[in-house]
Write a new protein. Sequence first.
Length: 246
Amino acid sequence: MDERLRALLFPRARCLACDEPREIDAGADLCDGCLAELDALRLTGGLCSHCLSPLRAGQACAYCAGGGMLGLDAAYAPYRYHGASQRLIAGLKFRRLRRAALPLAEAMADSLHGAGFDLTVPVPLHADDLRDRGFNQSALLCGHLQRLLGLPTEGALIKAKRTHQQSSLSHEEREDNVSNAYVAVRPLYGKKVLLVDDVRTTGSTARACARELRRAGAVSVCLLTAAVAARYSSAPQSSSSSLPPA
Ligand SMILES: [Zn+2]
Ligand SMILES: [Zn+2]
């Protein structure tokens, strides 16, 4: 078949996760390879039910024991942060592929298993970072979740202090880096809040946000992310390895 005719009949869409120009259905966002990889990255079995960290048989969860869930009632996420999920999230944040938010939000909505909340609150970006990126990926995810779950979203937090890239810091430095960076700007008396972020690495951002949400009156704060970086899950107090910026 003539290449031009072929291109007309079978337009090539780029997979949002691997960026390979493939002949995927015009309406499909991901290639079969990345879909299969995402499926294999689903967080199921052998996990702490509270924080979704991998558990060693017969042992208590080191992440929870080390204060990883301080201020948080539960954590939900569809994927381990690796391979296709990491590429999809990087596409959203760094290649600014807004369309990547939809498949992530769909998987996030499924991971909630019907748990009840009053509203979602996106982890905010600092105004300078928001201007650079053009959008807040967590707010995009909240917008899709509102449509998928009928759950209202409220920008109840702002990031008042610009922080260093978390990935370059030790655990103690991360906690210092984000403490007081987030400020609640709306009252949340009696509300069950679902805090939304793209990925949980050490969880220091979520803990800082949860503290502020509770200060604003929230009665419960749960965390929903698209992925959890398992390498941080077992040792929240000694995490200085490198990951792409979160
Ligand atoms: Zn792909
Ligand atoms: Zn745990």
